[in-house]
Design a protein around this ligand. Structure first.
Ligand code: ME8
Length: 512
């Protein structure tokens, strides 16, 4: 039976241009989606933009543009960024679309009909930057002694009529969820943080605003617009066609994985399951929070002028080198720093040297010494078998790593095999065998071609373009690139195209 896999990225705020942080979560989700497709699963991959709320409204005002025109432009930029990063989304949801608005309102009605919403007045702190309400006890002293949110965001005192969600009713059920389904929330640090936050007690949550207009009207009370997080979280259902339970896409619910940044774990691991419980809807299977990137040691911020558009990095290093770097540099879930130097080193050492040279050496030997024809697979020595065995277990090994969102470990598993191949080629020295034992040379090259095919197949989700090129050079047809196809060895005798380098070494240009 085909398994369904539904993976989401956060929907990004359209208050500014997309940057490498946004690209990061999308790249990770893309790897998951591509991996599951190659494993033969039925995949639905959703991304999009979060376009309502005061923060976006103010950004439009600052730009001197009407909100709708503003969000149209910025959302298009996010979509262009996703396309430039080869994010293979199946749908791109915008919260200003009628389909989303109707769906979020239906979810509200359902929660209200079940008695989980009441009208009162909110008086307390709000951080516009985080679009988050904070309790007095959560605030910390800022640099100038003023109270700020725990994230450092400025807070303002808000007092307005508001609808409330009975979040306090869900504390025990949420704790039971984390306890009974430890896989629901990861990584460990985020899980612990959320559990201790919930254990401290949950207050009812203000879920509507009256002091501005840029939002989805609350059904039945148009003086209020929905709190942007109620609106935004609903995207994961609206894109499937909720509340139409007959919509074909609804078969993808519950979501397999919401991938988010650690900044928004609270919204996904507390508010979202509580809203769903209140609506009587099944809960997502997993929420996983990625860590945070700094740039050359500093927080990315407009005022520091160090916000990196991933497309600039792609122009310098190539798309796949950037995708590889962000997932390889730090265990997925942890924080890390992005520097051009680190990117260059990864590219040169692991892509150009380890993998690129291995492919280039093997393919040029085949071109030169075998007329560019794939040798027949014949009997294998113990050493050959060992290497082929290491390749053969990769699909299984990686599936387990992907299941636990261990993307970096998955890459490390592949790199172990690449290193083993490099040791093998050095030890077997097929260039020397040419003169002494041509048949053995052909066997060794065949083993290497098979290993490279396995490696390139497994790396497709991470580096789709360069691995497609590598598979072309290895003579692997389009329909032979799935994980299942690896079980059938390529027939010998195929003519390969002339080998071409795949990963150029990067040399930092001299400062002018
Ligand atoms: O929070 N390092 O949108 P947002 C790593 N609209 N990841 C980063 C990052 C960084 N420096 N900066 C951003 C929102 N991200 C809401 C989401 S979902 C229903 C609504 C990534 O535009 C990370 O995934 O502020 C983070 O959670 C997301 O971008 C925040 O995007």
């Amino acid at each position: 039976m085909t398994r369904r896999f539904y993976v989401t990225t956060p929907i990004y705020y359209v208050n500014g241009a997309p940057h490498i942080g946004h690209a990061y979560t999308s790249i990770a989700a893309d790897v998951m989606a591509r991996f599951h497709r190659l494993a033969g699963d039925d995949v639905f991959f959703l991304t999009g933009t979060d376009e309502h709320g005061q923060k976006v409204e103010q950004a439009a005002q600052a730009a001197g543009v009407a909100p709708k025109a503003f969000v149209d432009t910025v959302s298009a930029n996010f979509r262009a960024m996703a396309d430039a990063m080869a994010i293979s989304y199946d749908d791109f949801i915008r919260t200003t679309e009628p389909r989303h608005i109707a769906s979020a309102q239906a979810l509200w009605r359902k929660v209200a009909d079940n008695g989980a919403i009441y009208l009162d007045a909110y008086e307390g702190w709000y951080a516009l930057r985080d679009e988050c309400f904070y309790g007095e006890d959560e605030l910390v002293a800022g640099p100038d002694g003023k109270k700020v949110a725990p994230t450092g965001a400025p807070v303002e005192w808000v007092k307005e009529p508001s609808y409330f969600f009975r979040l306090s009713d869900y504390q025990d059920r949420l704790l039971a969820l984390y306890e009974q389904h430890p896989e629901f929330l990861g990584p460990h640090g985020a899980r612990n943080e959320i559990i201790s936050f919930v254990k401290q007690g949950l207050r009812d949550l203000s879920i509507s605003r009256t002091s501005f207009k840029w939002g989805i009207p609350v059904p039945g009370d148009e003086r209020h617009v929905m709190y942007v997080w109620f609106d935004a979280l609903a995207n994961y259902l609206s894109a499937l066609g909720y509340p139409d339970t007959d919509a074909p896409r609804m078969a993808f619910w519950p979501a397999s994985l919401h991938l988010v940044g650690k900044d928004i774990a609270r919204f996904h691991a507390i508010y979202w399951p509580a809203f769903l419980m209140a609506a009587g809807i099944d809960l997502p299977r997993k929420v996983f929070a990625n860590g945070w990137w700094t740039i050359e040691g500093q927080k990315m911020s407009k005022s520091l002028g160090n916000v990196i558009d991933p497309r600039e990095l792609v122009a310098d290093f190539g798309l796949d080198a950037v995708r590889f770097f962000v997932l390889r540099e730090v265990p997925f879930g942890g924080d890390s720093d992005l520097s051009r130097k680190a990117l260059m080193t990864r590219n040169n050492v692991e892509l150009a040297n380890d993998l690129g040279n291995l492919a280039q050496r093997t393919l040029s030997l085949v071109a030169r010494n075998c007329g560019g024809v794939v040798p027949q697979r014949r009997s294998l020595t113990e050493e050959d078998q060992k290497l082929i065995g290491q390749v053969a277990v990769l699909p299984q090994l990686l599936a387990a790593q992907i299941e636990r969102c261990a993307l970096t470990d998955a890459l490390e598993d592949v790199w172990k095999v690449i290193r083993a191949c490099n040791a093998y080629i050095d030890h077997q020295a097929p260039w020397a065998l040419r003169k002494t034992d041509e048949a053995r040379m052909a066997d060794v090259l065949r083993v290497l071609l098979d290993a490279l095919r396995g490696i390139a197949t497994m790396l497709q989700p991470f580096m789709p373009h360069s691995m497609a090129r590598m598979l072309d050079q290895l003579g692997v047809a389009e329909d032979e690139r799935t994980f299942a196809a690896l079980e059938t060895p390529l027939p010998g005798g195929r003519q390969l195209p002339a080998p071409q380098g795949i990963f150029p070494r990067y040399v930092e240009p001299e400062p002018s």
